[in-house]
Design a binder for this molecule. Structure first.
Ligand code: C6P
Length: 410
């Protein structure tokens, strides 16, 4: 993988901040966009813009072709069986809200349980809590050990007749740990319990294959995979999508409407009320093609190299704690996603982030929308560096040098 060539596709990476080269290490929050994505979206506005699914006219047909072509690109990217299993959403958060709302309406009664885990992002906690308040459903939480490993035995013991669904992140956005979703899906399916996988932090970093994974739902965001903001994907097995009620009502999700009664389209349109962000779906498809052209295996290898290198360098600093790493971990083979959370002595993450920023280094600090996980770790927040395909070893060296410099200030 030629990182230099790749960086040329992302003009923002050559800008400076405070007169210093930008070192962008906040990719778990959002990634930068390659020119091809921006060009595709601009071209559609300039040359093809028309509402989709509605017009007999030429432009509308062209726009619809691009939009439905994007659905096929997504299908291929995650190896779903059919485009009917691909619902466009505004992002991971909307996908999870949709499932929590529609699933609990159709399939849950008071006292029924949903299983989540300690490492979940708020997006996979709060939507279920909203349903808990409305319907009296109960949240059960898989515990983790101090390294961030989920306790599968506790998970197994948690399952009962009352368990109606399991909703779990593929990769922790704080720890970078890759959760054993294959095991979780296999165990849940032994009890006929469907599983939702939050793929916000996995889909951008390694191959996800819906047919191999066999999860019932999978969600991710376009903006974390080099695509535009405001677009995301909900994959759902056809049988489940058929069974769930619509999420919102409006144009294009109906079959027939009268004042007495409406009937609905089949999935995916049933879940896509109103004019979709068809410019963003074009951008997303371009981003996925871009990722595929570089190759997810190459991206994964590059990011794993960077991650292992960063962890080993950080751990050489006195008083450094890196979260989500077993004490006896072999750093040369550690399976860890491109997210590293750390804490240096008692230096406040906000100070760390602010001082690194003055060196041109963008990291994220705080609770990362995972407050229950912060409680479990016994911290108020962490400093977090996260990588994308365009980051380099030189940038890691700058980060480590920056952290060491901050260390001397306290
Ligand atoms: N995490 C981060 O900096 P949206 O905002 O809908 O695109 O994604 C929500 C979301 C859901 N699940 C996981 C595992 C996530 O990491 C995120 C987004 C960002 O960690 C923003 S808080």
């Amino acid at each position: 993988m030629n990182t230099e060539l790749i960086r040329a596709d992302f003009p923002i990476l050559s800008r400076t901040v405070y007169g210093k080269p930008l070192i962008y290490l906040d990719n778990a929050a959002t990634t930068q966009k390659p020119l091809c994505v921006l060009d595709a979206m601009r071209n559609e506005y300039l040359n093809v813009n028309a509402n989709v699914h509605r017009g007999v006219h030429w432009l509308s047909q062209q726009a619809t072709e691009l939009h439905e072509g994007a659905r096929e690109t997504v299908r291929r990217f995650i190896n779903a069986r059919s485009t009917t299993e691909i619902v466009f959403t505004r992002g991971t958060t909307e996908g999870l809200n949709l499932i929590a709302s529609c699933f609990s309406e159709a399939c849950m009664q008071k006292g029924d349980e949903v299983v989540i885990s300690t490492v979940e992002h708020h997006s996979n906690i709060v939507p279920w809590q909203l349903q808990a308040a409305r319907k009296g459903i109960v949240l059960r939480v898989i515990p983790m050990d101090d390294d961030g490993t989920l306790d599968l035995e506790a998970f197994r013991r948690m399952l009962s007749q009352k368990t109606k669904i399991v909703s779990i992140s593929h990769v922790s956005n704080v720890l970078g740990t890759v959760n054993p979703v294959e095991d979780i899906i296999r165990i849940a399916h032994q009890y006929d319990i469907p599983v939702v996988v939050d793929g916000a932090q996995s889909a951008p970093h390694f191959k996800v294959d819906m047919q191999a994974l066999d999860c019932d739902f999978f969600v991710f965001s376009g903006h974390k995979i080099y695509g535009p903001t405001g677009i995301g994907v909900l994959y759902g097995k056809e049988a489940w999508l058929d069974r769930l009620p619509p999420y919102q009502g409006g144009g294009e999700m109906i079959e027939h409407v009268s004042f007495e009664k409406s009937t609905f389209e089949r999935p995916p349109l049933k879940f896509e009320a109103g004019t979709p962000d068809y410019i963003a779906t074009t951008g997303l498809a371009k981003a996925l093609d871009y990722v595929s052209s570089v190759g997810l295996d190459a991206i994964q290898k590059h990011e794993e190299d960077l991650t292992r290198y960063t962890i080993s360098q950080l751990l050489q600093i006195d008083g450094m704690r890196v979260f989500g790493i077993p004490a006896d971990a072999d750093l040369t083979t550690l399976r860890h996603d491109a997210v590293i959370s750390f804490q240096l002595r008692d230096i406040h993450p906000m100070d760390m982030g602010t001082l690194l920023d003055r060196l041109g280094i963008a990291i994220r600090t705080g609770h990362h929308c995972a407050q229950p996980l912060m409680d479990r770790l016994g911290v108020l927040g962490t400093s977090r560096a996260s990588f994308a395909l365009y980051n380099t070893h030189e940038e890691v060296d700058a980060l480590v040098a920056g952290v060491k410099r901050v260390a001397t200030m306290f």
